[in-house]
Design a binder for this molecule. Sequence first.
Ligand SMILES: C[S@@+](CC[C@H](N)C(=O)[O-])C[C@H]1O[C@@H](n2cnc3c(N)ncnc32)[C@H](O)[C@@H]1O
Length: 234
Amino acid sequence: MSRNDSSDRARALSLTPVSRETEQRLDVIVGLLEKWQRTINLVAAASLPQVWTRHVADSLQLIPLAGEVRRWVDLGSGGGFPGLVVAAVLAERPDADVTLVESDSRKAAFLREAARLAELPVTVLPSRIEQVAAVLAPGVEVVSARALAPLPRLLELAAPFLAQGATGLFLKGQDVDNELTQAAKSWRIEAEIRASLTDGGGHVLIVRNAVPLGPDGAGESSGGKGFSQGGHHG
Ligand SMILES: C[S@@+](CC[C@H](N)C(=O)[O-])C[C@H]1O[C@@H](n2cnc3c(N)ncnc32)[C@H](O)[C@@H]1O
């Protein structure tokens, strides 16, 4: 018997509906997560009964924000959120290619096994982001991350992708305004904040551009300083 209750699954899929085929792929991912969670800490144990709303729907909310993209990189994928879930949706798009970068080799093994069983268009890189980002970045349309690092550090990790034109979709907590203020000390950022569909205090931060500020506070490629906010949607 699955440990997540069926009402949580139903609630998640009503918040963020997907096709029948995608639901089946998500069932495979969640089933494997529950099995491997007995031996590896893939997600916080207390969150497992709400795996569909806390993790699956939390990840699925990125899909409409991304548009019809095919090339996606998820940084620090851990137990597969949001990367595996995104790949379950992109599996329906021809030539989709989702790369998951995860330095922990046991988590990377889980990601690879989930991708194999659910037949996902996924490449798993068991590497440090810093070592692979520059090579991976050309052609990437979306770079995502959840619970990887505070925004100033996250922007450093994502910078090679953002510089090549990728949109950043970052799942953030309630402190997002403060993180943006901190990040604006060293980055000129074009960003938009959306309230999370699934987490009362959470947000999705959409980053369209981030340029490191030079020593005089000017962006390296053009003038200006700080954070230009595209909107704060409730
Ligand atoms: C707190 S977990 C979050 C996992 C997942 N994104 C989630 O929200 O459930 C952060 C993950 O990022 C990985 N990670 C941290 N720094 C990394 C780096 N520099 N390169 C690759 N992976 C990294 C860790 O191994 C860990 O699995």
